[in-house]
Design a protein around this ligand. Sequence first.
Ligand code: BES
Ligand code: MN
Ligand code: ZN
Length: 494
Amino acid sequence: MQIQIESQPYAALDTDALVTYVFEKDDKFEGVLGEIDRGMNGRLASLAASGEITGKALETLLLHFPEGLAAKKLLLVGAGKPGKFQVSDLRKIAGTALRQLKSRGAKKITFLTREGENGEAAAQAVVEGLIVADFESNKYQSEKKQREVQTVGLAGFDPSADLHSAIQEGRIVAESMNFARDMINEPSNKLTPRILASRAEAMAKEAGLAIEILDERKIAELKMGALIGVAQGSIEPPRVILLRYTPDNAKPAGPVLGLVGKAVTFDTGGISIKPANNMEKMKYDMGGGATMIGAMRAIAALKPSVPVIAVIPATENMPGGRAQKPGDVQTAMSGKTIEVINTDAEGRLILADGVFYARKLGATHLIDAATLTGAIEVALSNVHVGAFGVPREYLDTFLESAKAQGEKMWPMPMDDEYQQMIKSDIADIRNTGSGKGGGASTGAWFIKEFAEDTPWIHLDIASTCWADEGRPWLAKGPTGIAIRSIVDFAMKMK
Ligand code: BES
Ligand code: MN
Ligand code: ZN
């Protein structure tokens, strides 16, 4: 998809569809919308009066052969209440327009922005919305729909803004999200830990990141007992993927951001096996790892001022003759001993070694992302990412990035009572809670036992990393959630 800045007046643009947006109620058709309305002899105003145009968020109206415009169609997308509107809403508006017009066979479309939103941030949001909306999960279908929007023009933007870099940056972020989404989509027979590692390697070479892949021998040498315990049930060997971004003038004793992502390429539950229903979805259980690999791709291009390392422990979780069993005790790389009560609580086990290793490599600040618990869906549905973190100020700074990026995340409790629930009778800790609820918080506390006093954030993306249903601006399947927030946070870190 080519994206270009239009310099001609929008009314004269030869395009399959001109897209713009309309606010709820108090929209008086001012500015460009007023111009368009006058060109159509007040047709928009009368459609609003009759209730055809409401401006409700993402409601759309398509008008053919609009008078006064060279465009073949005019698509109006609802923007909701003007008081609630944020620049990041432009993503959903642009995405909704793209998906709707693509399905109708449009080849060239033009996005006309409005007076309040014509700077760099707006242009970047539109570009991100378009490219993310364009993603399709049809890789293994023999007959692909031929529909493709080839060109999108951006009109109405401020010519004195740096629109070229805004487009460039939007493209980097969105393509990194799609890169992660493509990996999350892959079935587990097409994406083993080794294949995930080679995909990360190819990306790193292209993006200019340093990469190291630890194989099962190196993992054993490092005594990553928690990861090994999970991996031993599978004939596929585990990997630890290590990506490194180093800025040109890093401060010698400055902060180092450590990103740790859970990459279970398939989670059967192990000996504590999962029920058959919906088990196929567990190919997505490497979503946290893909999130961090995608974030590193964007970080390599956007070049924050702090060094960033990513540690992605990758394994299958399988039952089998050599699989670990409930009650087994494993010794993590940190030396802590873990009683494995439930082999299906495997994500926290591999993160224990991932988080500890990231600290050993010099990370002073940590973020982990994981499809960790079903409990987070009970708490937050598919609406918010569960965000845990200590100290609270560190988490709050991150939540500001999430807000700015329009990614919904909700702070979750880390009180000491949850720590009590993972005490073991025979080892230092156990890998599940007491069975009295709070499953997302006990899971988080387990990871924190290995982050210790390093500032740490844990993102439970189990219910937000995959959309079971499509949305107007997004295909069903992997969402790419959290990448934008993590990249934004890294860019603002000093
Ligand atoms: N990958 C799953 C989390 C998950 C479960 C995602 C259900 C989506 C739906 C994770 O490894 C897991 O199995 N967690 C268990 C933990 C429990 C055994 C303490 C869970 O949440 O059921
Ligand atoms: Mn599991
Ligand atoms: Zn899992």
